[in-house]
Write a protein that binds this ligand. Structure first.
Ligand SMILES: [Zn+2]
Ligand SMILES: [Zn+2]
Length: 377
């Protein structure tokens, strides 16, 4: 456990942004190598790493995937921890350092006690926070050629009872997408606005219309959410008439179909609105996340595993409003992700005061080990 704590704190001190997690991946590879897996697949979908532990028996025909995330986010750490981030403006504020440590600890358990009939794959995926990593991993033949039976993952949950499980079959985390509208007109001297194409009026009209048209979408379900996340136009100067603008919306919903309806609503407003703009207008979808939909069977097996290690389980009534890249793995096999409570008063995810709760490491390892036992019995 001391070694694992040290690993967690080293990972925490050296966070890397989505898509750049190569040093982190190197540390994980070194750690995994100590447990002598049959194979370590590297550079999966970017910096991704996957350790392969074949079943001990000659008839091992099941394939289980366990996933952790490599990336950190762009937040300036204010935890005051002795192992605080050395990379200014980058921080493990989502607890992926803890998730990686749990899966590394699981590697240690498997190396000591390989299951007979189950092949285990421990994946450390890149770029979870931008929603790009999982699909990039799946695009690699070395991953997509494996017939996985099930994929499991956990996420720590501040604001929930420490070391308890929170789960839900069906939608667990929301689908979401960013919608970015870019307007390109022409700059001019503020004394000659008629010589330029200023996007201000179009921006104002778009926002007003989008808000109005999105109302039915927002009212249709609790988890249908749409929010204007940024408007960028001009500088705080009075001599220039700006010639470009960017506008961003984030849309969320518990289902992929309903998310699509929200996106279509914005697209329709955009198509009409751009006709009245004398410049170029482009709409693009960024950071799309599928809804994370849990398998009923997987949740049942998780509950049995939790019982094995005396961890209490609570069924959630609603999906979470945030999104998880893990939902993408539904393209290859059934998936189950659960929340592990980090404590009611624990600082929230993505905040500058957040630090992973180390007491979750042992529980996480035990739970994943118990899941493997469920599949090997
Ligand atoms: Zn996060
Ligand atoms: Zn996360």
């Amino acid at each position: 456990m001391n070694k694992l704590l040290k690993l967690r704190h080293t990972l925490h001190a050296n966070p890397e942004l989505s898509g750049n997690e190569y040093e982190t991946a190197g540390r994980i590879t070194d750690e995994l190598a100590r447990y002598k897996p049959d194979d370590i697949v590297d550079n999966l979908g970017g910096a991704g790493v996957m350790a392969v532990f074949k079943g001990a028996g000659s008839t091992a025909d099941k394939h289980l995937l366990f996933r952790a995330e490599l990336d950190a986010i762009a937040v300036e750490e204010e935890t005051g921890a002795s192992y605080a981030s050395k990379n200014s403006g980058v921080m493990h504020a989502c607890g992926h350092d803890g998730h990686m440590t749990i899966i590394s600890g699981l590697a240690g358990q498997i190396s000591k006690n390989r299951p007979e009939n189950v092949n285990i794959y421990l994946l450390f995926q890149p770029a979870e926070e931008t929603g790009q990593g999982a699909s990039a991993v799946m695009g690699d033949e070395r991953f997509s050629s494996i017939n996985f039976d099930h994929a499991f993952a956990l996420h720590n949950l501040p604001g929930f009872d420490e070391n308890k499980i929170y789960v839900k079959s069906g939608a667990f985390a929301s689908a979401s997408a960013g919608v970015e509208i870019s307007l390109k007109g022409a700059y001019s001297h503020a004394a000659y606005p008629e010589q330029g194409v200023n996007p201000a009026e179009t921006v104002a009209a778009l926002i007003q219309k989008i808000e109005q048209k999105l109302k039915p979408f927002k009212e249709a379900a609790n988890l249908n959410k749409a929010v204007c996340t940024f408007i960028k136009m001009g500088e705080p100067a009075f001599g220039i008439s700006p010639g470009s603008a960017r506008l961003g919306y984030t849309i969320r919903s518990a289902t992929d179909d309903s998310l699509q309806e929200g996106i279509e609503t914005i697209k329709q407003v955009f198509e009409k609105g751009k006709k009245r703009f004398r410049g170029d207008a482009v709409l693009r979808i960024v950071e799309p996340f599928k809804a994370t939909v849990n398998s009923k069977n997987g949740v049942d097996i998780l509950k049995k595993a939790a019982q094995r290690c005396n961890v209490p389980v609570t069924d959630l009534d609603d999906a979470f409003p945030w999104s998880e890249d893990f939902g993408e793995f539904r393209n290859v096999c059934p998936i189950t992700i659960f929340g592990l409570g980090a404590g009611i008063h624990h600082p929230p995810l993505h905040s500058e005061r957040y630090d992973f709760n180390d007491s979750l490491i042992e529980t996480g390892i035990q739970l994943f080990s118990a899941l493997i036992k469920e599949y090997s019995s």
